[in-house]
Design a protein around this ligand. Structure first.
Ligand SMILES: Nc1ncnc2c1ncn2[C@@H]1O[C@H](COP(=O)(O)OP(=O)(O)OP(=O)(O)O)[C@@H](O)[C@H]1O
Ligand SMILES: [Mg+2]
Length: 263
């Protein structure tokens, strides 16, 4: 379980990234965080693996306050909490297999990891993870020779190979076209259901969030302005999160579509 207790984060320049956040995320949940650019979605997610450090309150992962963690604690935390990024974060010149095996690094000792000595079990797990996201045919391709959607699937395979208890995904589909975005979200959802890995995903748009999430957390200016199941999301929720009504948005969307047709 992950628990934010009166959690705030003030960046060194004085900007408040999180304001008094109280959220409990239960094991196995698929939670999507939505909000405008600058709302604090990345700050929320990055707090959980301590890529950023909240300045007040408590943040508990499995009943342990991770704000106290130093090097060893942080290393273990980041082995338990896997991360998927918008920009995939693959080693471009390495092949797919090597990239996916990197998911084991937190589990192997320093000596083995320095020399890239992976066990047969590690290799089997890496291959199986590639199969699960249907990209095993690219195993010996260089990462930079893959499309964005393929690279994101490799990064999902890497995180699976890590065997995390939690997966964080910060805008995993922001660089992908709509069908590819849906494919990636479908894999994340499938893994969440099959393996019971608690998954927290940041997305800009509530419509995609509604399709995949069990629960939605809406953020605005560093604060949680909505937290509930998809079934409780209403027009008012949309207004709270985005500061405008869904009808205005519909009208604006319609105008843009007309514009495109005229081009
Ligand atoms: N390292 C930093 N130093 C100072 N301010 C920061 C830092 N990182 C983020 N911020 C500010 O904190 C606020 C929240 O940023 P955050 O990246 O969490 O937003 P976000 O919801 O993820 O936005 P986006 O959708 O654009 O990714 C923003 O106003 C941002 O400018
Ligand atoms: Mg962000």
């Amino acid at each position: 379980m992950i628990e934010f207790k009166d959690l705030s984060l003030v960046y060194p320049n004085g900007h408040q990234g999180l304001k008094d956040v109280n959220v409990k995320i239960n094991d196995g949940e698929f939670v999507v965080i939505v909000g405008l650019s600058g709302a604090g979605k990345s700050t929320f997610i990055r707090s959980i693996n301590r890529l950023v450090t909240p300045t007040e309150g408590e943040l508990k992962v499995d009943d342990d306050n991770i704000l106290d963690y130093k090097s060893r604690g942080l290393r273990d935390l980041r082995t338990k909490v896997g991360m998927i990024f918008q920009s995939y974060n693959l080693v471009k010149r390495n092949n797919v297999f090597k990239n996916v095996l990197a998911g084991r690094l937190g589990h192997t000792g320093t000596f083995r990891s320095v020399f890239n000595l992976f066990s047969q079990d590690d290799k089997a797990l890496a291959y199986e993870s590639l199969q699960r996201v249907n990209i095993d045919d690219k195993i010996y391709s260089r990462a930079d020779q893959l499309s964005g959607g393929q690279q994101q699937r490799v990064s999902i395979a890497r995180v699976l190979t890590q065997k995390p208890k939690y997966i964080l995904a910060d805008e995993p589909v922001a660089s992908l076209d709509p069908p590819t975005s849906h494919q990636v979200m479908t894999y994340l959802r499938k893994i969440n259901k099959e393996d019971g890995i608690t998954t927290i995903v940041n997305l800009h748009f509530i419509d995609m969030a509604m399709e995949y999430a069990d629960r939605i957390i809406g953020m605005r200016s560093g604060e949680v302005v909505f937290d509930g199941p998809v079934s409780e999301v209403t027009e008012e929720t949309f207004e709270e999160i985005y500061g405008r009504s869904i009808r205005e948005d519909d009208l604006r969307g319609g105008a843009e579509e007309d514009g495109e047709q005229n081009e």
